[in-house]
Design a protein around this ligand. Sequence first.
Ligand SMILES: C[S@@+](CC[C@H](N)C(=O)[O-])C[C@H]1O[C@@H](n2cnc3c(N)ncnc32)[C@H](O)[C@@H]1O
Ligand SMILES: COc1cc(O)c2c(=O)c(O)c(-c3ccc(O)c(O)c3)oc2c1
Length: 365
Amino acid sequence: MAAHHAPTMAVPTDAQLIQAQADLWRHSLCYFTPMALRCAVQLGIPTAIHRLGGTASLSDLVTALSLPPSKTPYLGRIMRLLVTSGVLASHKEGIYSLVPLSYLLVDGVFIDGEASQVAIVIAATSRHYLDAALGLADWFKKDVAHPLPAPFEDVHGVMILEESMALLDPEADKVIHEALAAHDHMGIGTILRECHDLFKGLDSLTDCCGGDGTTARAIVQAFPHIKIHVLDLPKVIEKAPPSDAVNYVAGDLFHSIPAAQAVMLKLVLHFWSDEDCINILSHCKKAIPSREAGGKLIIIDIVVDPSSSGPLLETQLLMDVLMLTCTRGRQRDENDWSSIFIKAGFSDYKIIKMLGARGVIEVYP
Ligand SMILES: C[S@@+](CC[C@H](N)C(=O)[O-])C[C@H]1O[C@@H](n2cnc3c(N)ncnc32)[C@H](O)[C@@H]1O
Ligand SMILES: COc1cc(O)c2c(=O)c(O)c(-c3ccc(O)c(O)c3)oc2c1
């Protein structure tokens, strides 16, 4: 006789079914929001609104962007979705204005010396990322050896940021590097203003995987007495703008990390597996003095807060799925962080501050 399973859920009522249907449509179609955003950015709508003095009507936009006037009503429909999603504002019918988010997408506006975040929108909605995301179910079914390639690697045959990516598709590689730079550079100004004590009293710092030194230069400007080493791969250091203020070191963080009072890992560890992180952190520990001598690690990365809810948690989880899709890393909650710190031989840590989705953590030897 077939086992009889008690229903786990009562049959939904009509009211629930009606609601469920609308929710299902929204969840299935909400990818059109980033697509509408991509369209708006490619057309240059945030920049046009900014240049028109901060507000614009549809016909202002059609004229400014030299679009065929016959497209005006269609543009109105895209704009309506973007207003409802909070990407643009409309305080008066048919008149559009920027919100802080769309301000980040205006060409030529510099926040903390960094250009717009357009590259994030373009990369996140690009064919290579979408193809990788479309391959998720197939990736789950595959039983492959360790180290597990990410879905991106599975679909495209190369990992993001790998040199061979530039050979496979130079345009896609450029878009991803621009997004990475836009993502990484955004926020050091806020960190310096909000977490002043983080760097106070330090005589030296190694910015581990510090890229082209943008972050290091901002720190030296605020704290001129700190001696900063920027460690990154030779191909990155070769292209870094020359600077007297920072000491560039071409190398590999798995081999050796320049000694300093503190080592900073900003948006680095989310790219790596737990095993790699423990290895990296152990190398960092060798590069710093004891806690008594002021030795510490500074980690700036997402700290997932599972007890929260709403858009911030959703942002953190979306970033986690981005990492799942494109890297071998993940976004970590406090328990995950604590566990890798202990395994790497550190004695204690403190979450100094949460800045939106990201956290600033000090880790002590
Ligand atoms: C996400 S970026 C880090 C961003 C940077 N910390 C910032 O906040 O601007 C990752 C960096 O790690 C570097 N990288 C990757 N593998 C590395 C390795 N084995 N040794 C040193 N640097 C490496 C990459 O070249 C890239 O610049
Ligand atoms: C916020 O939204 C986005 C959108 C994107 O398109 C990317 C992206 O393309 C990307 O490579 C990365 C990224 C990859 C590896 C890292 O180690 C890292 O720090 C960042 O972040 C992104 C974030």
